[in-house]
Design a protein around this ligand. Sequence first.
Ligand code: NAD
Length: 333
Amino acid sequence: MKIAFFDTKPYDRAGFEKYSKDTGLEIKYFETRLNPDTVSLAQGCGGVCVFVNDDVGAETVDRLCEIGVRLIALRCAGYNNVDLGRCAGRIRVVRVPAYSPYAVAEHAIALLLTSIRRIHKAYIRTKDFNFSLSGLTGFDLHGKTVGVIGTGKIGRIFIDICRGFGMNVIAYDKFPAEGRGINYVGLDEMFAKSDIISLHCPLTPETYHIIGAEAIERLKTGAVIINTSRGALIDAEALLEGIKRRKVGAACLDVYEEESDIFFQDFSGHIMSDDVLARLISMPNVIVTSHQAFLTEEALDSIAKTTVENILAVERNEDCENEVNCSGGKAGD
Ligand code: NAD
């Protein structure tokens, strides 16, 4: 099978070359993203391989079907960018449900520690031989309460790490995990009690803006919000307001609501057109990384291995355990 690989970055290729070697798979790499304007690049290919910000909406799916593409291979876990209903019965969709949940959980902790111990400030100061400590006072994690929304693979690892710090963990999940000793509470209680909130649930119509103006109002003053899941879980404008009003103590964001035209690209030297993002980044208590949480050697290797296996299974017309049920049978992300 020939695969059109969209949104290629230099770090993607090594793993895919390694695992596709000697399989008969031919991969055509394109730097551009998949969207209705670029879909014709997949002409002659049996499948497309896409990432989190490719546009696989209804129009793209229709065009893919028209040109004979039979497979959409997501090299990520989330599939909120794919119109599954449009794919049902026409085109198969596979994904990588887990690659390194440690990568994402550890990145969430890295952001948290950087933020609350002001490492981002200290790094810049000492580079400039400024050894003053003024304004760098942080707080201990030990004894603090962290609220975790979504206790799947990543959320549970995040919880384990937090327990190692001696934190008190409370959690909310629509489908609580049995027998794992997790203290589940309702969202109201979580918002009222948490010093830190970390998001690890998928983006669905139900979780869209789960942190919006109303939720922020119910938070403890000074609460820290971490989002390494999907940008639209947070209403970015409401977050900015919460920060300006000093209600939110700090925000650690690896994802952003309107990231698709911005993240993964170099805009240094350009005028940033997204005012909300620019204002958030200008805040001393906001740290933004550009959807980087997955980016470890282990995760990249695992993504390439599983994606190639998924593609080969579909090519052989076999069942694939990582196939997304486009008729709506499979919940979550
Ligand atoms: P997972 O499927 O193992 O866990 C998701 C959890 O969310 C499940 O326990 C599920 O029951 C829960 N959930 C579903 N609907 C919910 C709702 N309405 N309210 C509360 N909880 C709900 O997924 P995971 O592997 O732990 O990944 C979590 C998220 O992390 C993914 O959805 C993805 O968006 C994100 N992610 C981000 C990156 C990154 O690089 N930043 C990388 C991988 C995954």
